[in-house]
Design a protein around this ligand. Sequence first.
Ligand code: AMP
Ligand code: GLY
Length: 439
Amino acid sequence: MNVFLIGSGGREHALAWALAASPLIGRLICAPGNAGTAMLAENRALDWHDHEAVVRFCRAEAIDLVVIGPEAPLVAGLVDDLEAAGIRAFGPGRAAARLEGSKGFTKDLCARAGIPTARYARFADAAAARAHVETQDFPIVVKADGLAAGKGVTVAQNREEALAAVEACFAGAFGAAGAEVVIEEYLEGEEASYFALVDGTTILPLVSAQDHKRAFDGDEGPNTGGMGAYSPAPVMTREREAEVLARIIRPTVTALAEAGTPYRGVLYAGLMITNEGPKLIEYNVRFGDPECQVLMMRLKSDLLAALEACVDGVLAHVDLRWRDETALTVVMAAKGYPGAYEKGSVIRGLDEAAKVPGVEIFHAGTEREGDLVRAAGGRVLNVTALGATVREARARAYEAIARIDWPEGFWRSDIAWRALAHEEQGSHQDQGSHEEQGS
Ligand code: AMP
Ligand code: GLY
C-alpha cells in the first residue's frame, strides 16, 4: 500500500516509524516531514492547503491511503475533498472535526448528550461575555472557540484576568478563532488523555497517556504544545477507562452518527479526573503530539492495518496488542520556546544517544544538511524510551539526552513525576504488605 503522511512534527516521525514497519507498506511519502521522517519516507514539499494539488499528487503517485497528522487540514475539510476524489484518507471530515475546531460545538454536543464536562456559556460579543464574568466565582476558564494552536485558553484566577482574556479574544488575538468565546467552570483534578479509533460506529479503545503542557520543571512557566508525555497514565484505572468509554466517547460517537456526520479517525479525549469522576476538558481529532510518540512505542500490532480498517469501516475486526511497559518521551526544545527562538543550531550525538537500550529518538523540528542535523523549530527532538517501570523508562530517556550535544536546547528534567509518585507509592504499599506477612 502506498501511504502519504501529512505533517512535520514528532508525531509524524512516530507515525512514519510505525507505518514503515508494517508488512503492508509500499511507498511511504511524507509532506513536508523532517530529518527524522526522511530516514523512513520520501519527504516532499507539497503544501496541504491546496487540496486540489494534494488530489493530483495522490493520483500521480498512486497513493492508497492518506494519513493526516495535524488538526488544521482536518478542520479545513481535506478528508472531504480527498474522499470526493475517490482517495481514502484517515481522519474525520470537516463536520466531525468541529469536535476540535469549535469548543462551543463540543460543549453543546456534551450538553445534549449528557456527557460530563465543565459547566459553560458561549458568547459572540464582548459585552455579554463581560457581564457573565461579573456573575462568576474564580478561577474560571476563558477559551477562544476555534483553533488557536493551544494558546486560546486562559485559566483566570480573578475577575481582571478573565476580563483581559475576554478582551484579547474579541480584539482578535487569536484571529477568527476568537470571534466566539466559551467561558467555563474550572475543573480540579489530575489530567489524562485517552485515545480511541472510531470508524463511524465501532470504537476501538487505544491506551491512555499524560503530557506536560508547561515549559519548565514543576509544571511552571508558559503553556506549550507539550514538553513530554508518558503512557500509560496511572490515574486512568480500568474502571475509569470503562467510564470514559461509556459516558464520554460512546455518546459522542452516537451523537455524530445520528447527526449524519459520523466520526472516523482517532479521537483524543482530554480529561480531568475529578472527585466526581472523569470529565471531558476537550476533544482533539488527531493523535496528540508528543502523546503519539509514546503510544507508537507501546503498540505491537500493525498500525497501517488498523488505520485502513478504520477508514473502511471494519474496525470491529481489529484487535490491537500493546506492550505492558511504560513509554516516556522528553521533548528537547530550542531555548526561548514557546516564545521566540533561533533556528539553525547543530545537534550532535544522536547516533550515540540512540544506542541506549529501549530508546528511539523522534525528530520534530529538524532539518538535515549533508551530515548535519539542524534545529528548525521550537520543539526539536522527542527522546523516547520504553522501560519495565516508569523509573526505568525515565532513566533511559535521560541517559540518551546526556549523550546529545546541543547547547541551544532545553528540556524538562521531571517528566512523569506524577507517574513516578504513583509507582513509588505502589511499591511502598507492596513493601508494607510484605512486611505484614513477615511479621
Ligand atoms: P485545552 O486547549 O482546552 O486543552 O486547554 C488547555 C489546558 O487548559 C488544559 O490542558 C487544562 O490544563 C486547562 N484547562 C482547560 N479547560 C479547563 C477547565 N475547565 N478546568 C481546568 N483546567 C482547564
Ligand atoms: N500534546 C497536546 C496535544 O497534542 O494537543
